[in-house]
Design a protein around this ligand. Structure first.
Ligand code: ZN
Length: 357
């Protein structure tokens, strides 16, 4: 697969103002609050796969990864990256097509995934409104439809203390609060499942069955330990359930490779076997820490016992949520809390199995 590289210099007043702080490693986090908006952002465009005239791409370098589906009807984006990268993201999409952006799906509310909404919705003529008046404003049939779980909307409009809310036009007008949602675009179904207690309380998996691509958001991170935002309702078991659903959906082509491609929130493009490896690692660490909790070990004793020792060379980072200490602390704290099941997603999720206790 060939990667195109786009360099774009941002000089865009539209992307100032969002003051949310990332709760895990986010290259965009430090840039959002700062006034200067002139910097070089390097976006890599990776063609993934598709069918007929519909193609899908993975954009890397904007904070969280972005998935883009392009076809006869226009452009659909899953996540928009950080605010600071939005000019470069738009430039990268324009190297692929001049068709309008018609859909943006947000996987969750972290600013390295939704920070680009503001500039990209503006550049796409605002949000689509079919009915005028009231909160809908004027009729705007040519705008972009912005889709997210209602918890993402709530978090963006009412962020934790000390963080600035996003403007209403950059927050999904087409939100849902059910276990799943479906739409049809560019000749294929697009299916979304809500994982209410996973990386946050609002994660959705997005599945493109004809392109054979799953967009995982931060339910899947390939280069660090699985980070979950406990302050936003994140739970380790929900992360594992999300990985298990990806494994259920994905079909390898040959010898456990090829076939379904999975776009992670951070890191490299995956096939099913990559996800199995990550799921197994997280499950093994969970079981080790659970065993130690069963032995009444304190957090300090668990850390000293090094339950991640064999995985640290691969997944431990030196900063942020992914350090060994912080990950063990997060897992320990999480496992001390009761698990009340995966929530309503289990009722309609495809082959959804709660691996919880
Ligand atoms: Zn996140």
């Amino acid at each position: 697969m060939k990667a195109i590289r786009v360099n774009a210099t941002l000089a865009c007043a539209a992307v100032v103002s969002v003051g949310l702080t990332a709760t895990h490693a986010s290259p965009g986090a430090a840039q959002r609050a700062g006034a200067p908006q002139s910097q070089s952002v390097d976006i890599r465009v990776l063609p993934v796969q598709g069918f007929n005239t519909t193609r899908m791409y993975m954009l890397v370098g904007a904070g969280g990864n972005i998935a883009v589906q392009i076809g006869e009807e226009g452009v659909l984006m899953v996540d928009t990256g950080s605010a600071a990268a939005s000019g470069a993201v738009l430039a990268a999409i324009r190297t692929l097509t001049d068709k309008p952006i018609r859909y943006i799906i947000n996987t969750h509310a972290h600013p390295d995934h939704v920070g680009g909404n503001e500039a990209i919705v503006k550049a796409s003529g605002g949000q689509r409104t079919d009915v005028g008046g009231g909160n809908g404003g004027p009729v705007n049939p040519d705008g972009v439809i912005l889709v997210a779980h209602q918890n993402t909307v709530d978090r963006m409009l009412s962020p934790p203390r000390g963080q600035m809310p996003y403007p209403e036009f950059a927050v999904a007008g087409s939100s849902f609060f059910t276990a799943d949602k479906q739409l049809h675009f560019n000749g294929e179904a697009v299916e979304m499942w809500w994982h209410p207690r996973a990386h946050t309380n609002s994660d959705i998996l997005v599945y493109f069955p004809r392109s054979d691509i799953i967009v995982a958001g931060d339910l899947l991170q390939t280069e660090t330990y699985p980070g979950f935002d406990a302050g936003a309702g994140g739970r380790l078991q929900g992360m594992l359930n999300g990985l298990n659903q990806i494994i259920d959906l994905a079909v390898p082509q040959f010898n456990q490779v090829g076939g379904t491609r999975i776009v992670p929130g951070h890191g490299r493009l995956c096939t099913e076997s990559d996800v199995v490896e990550l799921r197994d690692m997280a499950t093994i660490v969970r079981d080790r820490v659970q065993y130690m909790i069963g032995k009444n070990m304190t957090l300090e004793q668990v850390k000293a016992a090094r339950p991640t020792a064999d995985y640290d060379p691969v997944y431990a980072t030196t900063t942020g949520m992914g350090t060994t200490d912080r990950f063990i602390e997060a897992v320990y704290t999480d496992l001390k809390k009761p698990w009340n099941g995966p929530g309503p997603a289990a009722k309609s999720g495809l082959n959804f199995i709660d691996g919880g206790r």
